[in-house]
Design a protein around this ligand. Structure first.
Ligand SMILES: [Zn+2]
Length: 65
């Protein structure tokens, strides 16, 4: 028979990847982070400052005919 210990506390492995209200490192605003590593709110991510590290390759090149 499958005996499952009901007295076993599931708190042995605390889940970290849980939605939690955190504070943004940029705007210091509280936001709902999807996981533990989420430190930047979605609002700041959409800003240009967040895209500093990302090279803009979508530059409109001058078309030649
Ligand atoms: Zn923010």
């Amino acid at each position: 028979m499958n005996y499952f210990p009901a007295t076993y506390a599931p708190s042995d492995q605390p889940p970290r990847d849980v939605p939690k209200v955190r504070q943004c490192l940029r705007c210091q605003a509280t936001f709902d982070s999807e996981w533990a590593g989420e430190r930047i709110c979605s609002r700041c991510k959409s800003t240009a400052a967040w895209r500093m590290g990302v090279p803009q390759q979508t530059r409109p090149v001058s078309r030649r005919r």
